[in-house]
Ligand binder design. Sequence first.
Ligand code: SAH
Length: 353
Amino acid sequence: MTLKDDLMARIAATGPISVADFMSEALLHPTKGYYTTRDPLGAQGDFVTAPEISQMFGELVGLSLAQSWLDQGAPERFTLAELGPGRGTLMADILRATRSVPGFHDAANIHLVEASPVLQDAQAATLVGHAPTWVSSVNDLPAAPLWLVANEFFDALPIRQFERAGSGWRERCVGLTGDALGFGLAAPAPRADLEHRLEDTGDGDVVEVCPTARTILNVISSHIAAQGGAALIIDYGDWRSQGDTLQAVQNHAAVDPLADPGRADLTAHVDFEVLATATAPASHSRVTPQGVFLERLGITARAQQLAQKLTGRARETHIAAHRRLTHPQEMGNLFKVLGVFPATSAPPPGLTK
Ligand code: SAH
């Protein structure tokens, strides 16, 4: 039985499910989910992320976190955490770049929040010698100052979708159309949490809500406000979600999200307005394009320095990677960075209040 068969049997028995339920089954079903059964990253996989494009990404993120740690008095014990670390590449680059920051490694207690056993194994192999601890939730991070990064984690969290109908909303659901899965709409209902979206939407417009994103960011922000530290949240999306952004990717191409659950990556744009409003009682930075963030941290100088050691094909790939991470028509503008920090501290370098 494929996961699609399971879901069709469940829907036939108990009725349509929300897009969020569909997404969480497709991504994290214990034995048939997308992340739980494979390493999806890289040229041989389904998609490529910034840390997999170039070591420069993780190096600059690492230096921003380390400078923020120094700015807050270099606490002698802190948690260095990552959410959804993929293959562990970003954390490995952070650790290499910060080797020469006095005291940083000795003070860091590395924690990884990862749901996939396959990717936990990949992370263990990449980070051998660094003794990371895996936890299943941000609630399990130790009570200590916290420096945290999440790249392309929030886009994988399950979203619910609502279509405007008068002053109410119809939830988009996954049901059966003949012998396939198909989208349908539940009966219209008012929604207190979407009251503010009546201002900027009309009949038929779709908005998305990601309840877990808000909860997770709120836990991180309360932790940082109480204990010190900072978080860098990097993802694709913008201020305020509008429209259907649910996207399935298989082998580097867009596919039908309902066609093959468990075998395609599913993501949705991150609503940075919702994240920003979940950061109280900590402060948050401006939502900053990734290209601007990396340029402020000196990616061009670093790219030139690395280019000096390269020739031929390797040099061309390196120059293309710099462009891909920063250019507004590539990842530079689509991806955004949100910083979280204590109200009494400065934002991590690369970001402004
Ligand atoms: N940050 C990495 C990988 C991004 S892919 C990179 O930039 O390359 C998304 C990651 O989040 C994967 O490691 C996936 O297994 C993990 N993930 C997705 N949903 C999760 C959840 N609910 N809890 C913990 N980890 C999750």
